[in-house]
Design a binder for this molecule. Structure first.
Ligand code: FAD
Length: 459
């Protein structure tokens, strides 16, 4: 016996629930299968909980330097980790129950709270039931990579999931991985009061970014007392009493970092190895990402893959945009494509990094004749007034078409200010349009036209 639907969606992450909404509105009978937490990574173990912690850490830091602003705190600043966690749980929990309630109340949508497993390309097993549908949508997301480091299985370690369950302060948090997730947690816990060491095997932090971004980030994190160890050639772990020693070199005896807690933050892998995709003959690449075309169709007719599992994005907004692309193609005869998307994201250190389009390195490698404009945040009035002058902004322009190729705003408000650049890129308008815009004073964005008025050839 099987139950037939028009569409089956596996995973209630950032694309699945909205797609269920659109499909049911269009009169389709939909099955939504979620094995664990409604809302997926972003809501439960990613963006939302981490950004609540970023907010708590920001307040702690400001309280610590309150005297710089003429504000009297009158005693040492400490953090109540139970209260921090309770705040995080409440915000994340409201979002999760909101998603679940929305799906369960959706007409024409049947919610299954179990693991989905393929029996064949259009048959899915959920518990003891078999569901069938002409259209299958995969929104199964990803999880933390557990690197095959010597000793990793002999010691306790944290991932982005388990670190969010802590309600006490680690004495010394050692973070393996100096990229986006690792650096957010590094600054959060340093500001909460932990000793923090970041161990990165590469020669610099956030290696996908330009060198000036990596260097500036290293500098402001070190100023807060975070220890950063780069070029860690042979990272290995071993028990050290109740602590864990993370060694960084197998040849010389460079001293190990001994932590009360170790967080592994070395990347993400797709959840495509445990749902029987081989029974459906779905093509995957060498890293396990589901291979899709520009409109997110998999190699199997009638099957689409959205979000982190297709390797095309890795962010909440890209997963949601995947939903928009699939819905537009299927329901609105609108041929939206992944290649319409401009890469954009933020890294939520303080100050944050807002990014759009190409890095300077990528522009140089492309060989395009280009113009560049930069400005340190020390020359941005709003940053000076806020006492947040770390960082800089940098914009790259195609010298021939006058279109903006990319930008990095590493500075206060950079995660918001980047959007005026992103929007002009989506409009395919020349940079001069933005250069002539009159922005509000005092803001970080008001200096973007100024930077564009002072471009120099990229030599
Ligand atoms: C610490 C951290 C911080 C982050 N911060 C940001 C940020 O600030 N901004 C940002 O844009 N992105 C951020 N991200 C990335 C973001 O969380 C993800 O890109 C986003 O959640 C991906 O959404 P998704 O829809 O692809 O999958 P997910 O949100 O991962 O959802 C997939 C769902 O599928 C379910 N599932 C998987 N397999 C099965 C199965 N076989 N049967 C049934 N259900 C299944 C899972 O339980 C899960 O609920 C962060 C990630 C992490 C880890």
């Amino acid at each position: 016996m099987s139950t037939q639907f028009d569409a089956i969606i596996i995973g209630a992450g950032q694309a699945g629930p909205s797609l269920a909404g659109k499909l049911t509105q269009a009169g389709r009978k939909v099955a939504m299968i979620e094995r664990k937490l409604f809302g997926g990574t972003c809501v439960n173990t990613g963006c939302i909980p981490t950004k609540t912690l970023v907010a708590s850490a920001y307040v702690a830091q400001k309280a610590r330097i309150a005297a710089n602003y003429g504000v009297v705190i009158g005693g040492p600043v400490s953090v109540d980790m139970k209260a921090v966690k309770a705040r995080k749980d409440e915000i994340s929990g409201k979002s999760r129950t909101g998603v679940e309630g929305w799906l369960r109340g959706m007409q024409n949508c049947t919610v299954y709270h179990d693991h989905a497993y393929f029996e064949s390309a259009h048959e899915i097993r959920v518990g003891n039931e078999i569901l069938t549908a002409e259209q299958i949508f995969l929104n199964v997301g990803g999880r933390a990579v557990i690197p095959d480091l010597p000793g990793v299985n002999t010691v306790p370690y944290l991932t982005n999931v388990s670190i969010l369950e802590l309600d006490t302060l680690p004495r010394h948090l050692v973070i393996v991985g100096g990229s986006y997730i690792g650096l957010e947690f590094a600054q959060i816990y340093r500001r909460f009061g932990s000793e923090v060491t970041v161990i990165e095997k590469g020669p610099r932090l956030v290696q996908h970014e330009d060198e000036d971004v990596s260097a500036t980030m290293k500098s402001f994190l070190e100023k807060e007392g975070i220890r950063i160890r780069l070029d860690a050639e042979c990272i290995h772990l071993e028990a050290h009493g109740k602590d864990v020693a993370v060694g960084v070199d197998c040849k010389s005896d460079a001293s190990a970092s001994v932590g009360s807690h170790v967080l592994l933050a070395v990347g993400r892998r797709p959840n495509t190895d445990d749902l029987g995709l081989e029974r459906a003959s779905v093509e995957r690449d060498a890293q396990g990402f589901i291979v899709v075309d520009d409109q997110l169709r998999t190699s199997v007719p009638g099957m689409w893959a959205l979000g982190d599992c297709n390797g095309k994005g890795g962010f909440t907004h890209t997963s949601y945009n995947d939903f928009e692309i699939v819905a537009a193609n299927l329901l609105a005869n609108d041929p939206r494509r992944v290649s319409d998307r401009i890469p954009a994201y933020a890294l939520y250190t303080d100050p944050p990094l807002g990014r759009a389009g190409m890095t300077e390195k990528a522009v140089r490698q492309s060989g395009k004749p280009a113009l560049i404009g930069t400005r340190p945040m020390t020359k941005v009035g709003r940053a000076v007034e806020k006492g947040e002058t770390e960082g800089f902004m940098k914009i790259l322009v195609d010298a021939e078409t006058k279109q903006i190729l990319g930008a990095s705003i590493l500075g206060t408000g950079g995660d918001e200010a980047i959007h005026c650049i992103l929007d002009i890129m989506y409009a395919h308008a020349p940079y001069t349009t933005l250069q002539r815009a009159v922005h509000i004073h005092p803001t970080v964005s008001e200096l973007i036209p100024t930077v564009l008025g002072e471009l120099n050839p990229l030599t």
